[in-house]
Design a protein around this ligand. Structure first.
Ligand SMILES: Cc1ncc(COP(=O)(O)O)c(C=O)c1O
Length: 392
């Protein structure tokens, strides 16, 4: 989260003063209703749903797509463990695809990983960088697969002028503390598909079966038992303000990133991007010739300035061979619920070793993520550049 202030305080007080922290009972005046309307307009989609977390959104999307035991879902080598956990939580097996030099999922490797069991592809717009959505959508169309965009880190980014989160069949957002827009915690779902929306809605709210407020009145999906990922009115009130901040925020981030890159010209090499104009610019990613150079730089910088860099290849739980329990073959808390032991998944290859995606491993250990601050002054930017250069 970058900016929060008086407007959010007033929004929270408004909800507390109303005495009504639950999203229903207020009809179209509800903060959640108004936020979802704002999101539909911002992304230009038919349906937007606010939930408690990105995991809630991803899981509801998996359920909506009908994913379960016997299915494979293709995920990138570089993503937070939550993306993958959601595949396992519905009983399916995650299949890892390489990233390319953009650090995003490699559409060519995705195609190589498709089998008769594949049901969906999950491109993840990591660190605010857009995936190559045209290529991903083409592969998905050719093989009749769903696309779920994990836009948890990609909110505010776009690809060829269209917002990330609006290419696939469905998209998940996160509003946790580390995301560009935040209410501390929170999640969002976007889709143009009525059937996926109905199923995701039913899953995110087990109370939806009672059909309160007419939200489910026109649903044709046969009701099924859901889970509980309903947001509070406080979350929605904060996010309504946060969304108003988004366009200027992305502009300021881009402006500061461009200034930093200009100050580092000839010294640091930024990785190629699928669409630099669609960058949300929360992050700059530099690539070194070797992993030794990358780690050496990080150690010198940390020793001098005490700040820890994120090297994607060594960042805990963000690269597939560091997915902890998953690498150890434990896909659920209870063994009887474990997709790795489920008979329907018996003949599915599961592979999470360093040999599974050799390019990703070697490449991500040569890359370094550096967070951009939208509120840096020109002096701050020069100082950041001087510090970086002094550690080369
Ligand atoms: C790529 C990615 N997907 C999903 C999530 C899960 O989001 P949440 O923490 O809101 O559940 C995160 C959270 O950091 C993430 O970075």
């Amino acid at each position: 989260m970058f900016r929060i202030g008086q407007e959010e305080k007033e929004a929270v007080c408004r909800v507390i003063d109303s005495g009504s922290l639950f999203k229903t009972g207020k009809g179209v005046e509800s903060e959640t209703y108004l936020l979802q309307k704002k999101m539909r307009e911002w992304y230009g989609v038919e349906h937007a749903l606010v939930l408690t977390s990105g995991v809630g959104a991803l899981t509801s999307a998996m359920i909506a797509m009908g994913i379960g035991p016997g299915d494979e879902v293709i995920v990138p080598a570089y993503t937070y463990i939550a993306t993958v956990g959601c595949v396992l939580s519905v009983g399916a097996i995650p299949v890892v695809a390489e990233v390319d030099e953009t650090m995003m999922i490699d559409p060519a490797d995705v195609e190589k990983k498709i089998t008769s069991r594949t049901k969906a592809i999950v491109p993840v717009h990591m660190v605010g960088f857009p995936c190559n959505m045209e290529a991903i959508m083409a592969v998905a169309k050719k093989h009749g697969l769903y696309v779920l965009e994990d836009t948890a880190q990609g909110n505010g980014a776009s690809y060829h002028g269209k917002k990330c989160g609006t290419y696939g069949d469905i998209a998940a957002l996160s509003f946790n503390f580390y995301k560009i827009l935040s209410a501390g915690e929170g999640g969002g779902l976007l889709t143009n598909n009525q059937e996926l929306y109905e199923k995701a809605f039913l899953y995110h709210d087990c109370y939806a079966l009672s059909g309160f407020e007419g939200e489910t009145a026109d649903f044709t999906t046969e009701p099924f038992l859901g889970n509980e990922y309903r947001c509070t009115e406080i979350t929605s009130a904060i996010l309504r303000v946060q969304y108003d901040r988004l366009p200027i925020l992305v502009e300021d981030l881009n402006s500061n990133k461009k200034k930093l890159l200009a100050a580092l010209e000839g010294k640091f090499r930024h990785i190629p991007m699928n669409d630099a104009d669609g960058d949300s610019a929360i992050n700059a990613a530099f690539v070194f010739d070797t992993a030794e150079q990358c780690y050496g730089f990080r150690d010198r910088y940390n020793e001098k300035y005490g700040i820890k860099f994120a090297i994607p290849g060594s960042s805990r739980r963000h690269i597939y061979y560091d997915w902890g329990a998953i690498n150890a073959g434990r896909g659920a808390a209870h063994p009887a619920m474990d997709p790795f032991r489920h008979p329907a998944n018996a003949d599915i290859l599961r592979s999470y070793t360093r040999e599974t995606c050799p390019f990703s491993i070697a490449y991500l250990e040569r890359c370094m993520n550096f967070e951009i601050d939208p509120d840096w002054t020109d002096e701050d930017i020069q100082l950041q550049a001087d510090k970086l250069i002094s550690c080369l």
